[in-house]
Design a protein around this ligand. Structure first.
Ligand SMILES: C[C@@](CO)(OP(=O)(O)O)[C@H](O)COP(=O)(O)OP(=O)(O)OC[C@H]1O[C@@H](n2ccc(N)nc2=O)[C@H](O)[C@@H]1O
Ligand SMILES: Nc1ncnc2c1ncn2[C@@H]1O[C@H](COP(=O)(O)OP(=O)(O)O)[C@@H](O)[C@H]1O
Length: 294
């Protein structure tokens, strides 16, 4: 797959991927969740969702995701949550174009939920603020608020303390080693390091950070270690989130595509640009501008 303009087509709302350029675990809250520091890089590549509002009051999805009941799908759960909170009587049929690897640490489910909240807030005319949408999103998953805000950002807490930032727009080769890693499994591992000292965002430098989940993922899933080793021959590389995808960083698209072409064929991948403003946020600006002109 190549990064493309497909996220921009008119009726579709983009649902982009993210990378965690680093992921530090500082400690654990009494409820068992982990206190994190991370840099979320938005990408210009992802899934797409289209919404057809109707008067049935029902929320339907097609196609369903294999292995995920519609009632558990974060898209349907986000739509229901908004419908209830904003007392909406309308329904919606949602079409999903899934491109992102699932369980890869690139945020597909959380991004789908955020796109649903942002798009339906507009289409159902709920007029909820971004902060309220982000708070609703947090009840669905720790990463949903980041995608609602739609900016490359440092995040603290479980992901709810967000500081937008501007990074040089680099290119990333994102590779799936073909294993599915559950977030809960990694966070439940007794040997997970949980005491990285807090850092100031101003001091960020890629080389001086790490992903605290990477060592465990490599040990439990040797395919992740193999992939990481392979990519490190070509570029600075690291696992994203709790895995399983690994990204390699390049100054331009051509270099990223050259390395992608050399990948062994059992590893699927995509090349994407890191962006400071997410394609979802760009789409929202466009639809708001079009509405204001009418
Ligand atoms: C750590 C990150 C970084 O992006 O990993 P990825 O899932 O993207 O790989 C995310 O914040 C993950 O967020 P998300 O995938 O939404 O997690 P949730 O559904 O909220 O939680 C899944 C499970 O992971 C554990 N969990 C999650 C987040 C956190 N800060 N501490 C935790 O201990 C909890 O056991 C929870 O039951
Ligand atoms: N719309 C959705 N897209 C992807 N996964 C979803 C969705 N709804 C629920 N899920 C569940 O969330 C799990 C994590 O998916 P995903 O967000 O892609 O991974 P990650 O959190 O590692 O980035 C999936 O394995 C699936 O069971």
């Amino acid at each position: 797959m190549d990064s493309s303009n497909h996220l921009k087509a008119a009726a579709w709302w983009p649902s982009p991927a993210k990378l965690n350029l680093f992921l530090h675990i500082l400690g654990r809250y009494p409820n068992g969740y982990h206190q994190l520091q991370s840099l979320f890089q938005m990408l210009d590549f992802g899934d797409r969702l289209a919404f057809s509002v109707n008067d049935t009051g029902l929320i339907t999805l097609s196609p369903s995701i294999e292995g995920v009941a519609d009632d558990d799908n974060l898209i349907v759960r986000a739509a229901r949550l908004l419908q209830t909170k904003a007392k909406v009587t309308q329904g919606v049929h949602i079409q999903l174009d899934k491109q992102l690897f699932m369980g890869g640490g690139i945020g597909g489910g959380s991004s789908n939920a955020a796109t649903t909240l942002v798009a339906l807030n507009h289409l159902w005319q709920c007029n909820l603020s971004e902060e309220v949408l982000a708070a609703l999103g947090l009840s669905l998953g720790a990463d949903v608020p980041i995608f609602v805000h739609g900016k490359t950002a440092f995040a603290g807490g479980v992901g709810e303390h967000i500081d937008a930032t501007e990074l040089p727009e680099q290119w990333y080769l994102v590779v799936n080693p073909g294993v599915h890693i559950s977030t809960a499994e990694i966070f439940g591992a007794p040997e997970l390091p949980r005491s990285t000292p807090p850092m100031n965002w101003q001091d960020y430098c890629f080389e001086q950070t790490r992903n605290d989940c990477q060592q465990i993922a490599c040990k439990r899933y040797p395919e992740v270690a193999k992939l990481l080793q392979w990519l490190l021959h070509y570029a600075p590389s690291r696992m994203t989130g709790t895995g399983a995808c690994v990204f390699a960083t390049f100054a331009d698209q051509k270099l990223a595509l050259e390395v992608q072409a050399k990948l062994p064929c059992n590893w699927s991948s995509f090349v994407a640009k890191g962006v400071n403003l997410s394609p979802l946020k760009q789409k929202l600006y466009e639809v708001n501008a079009a509405r204001d002109m009418n």
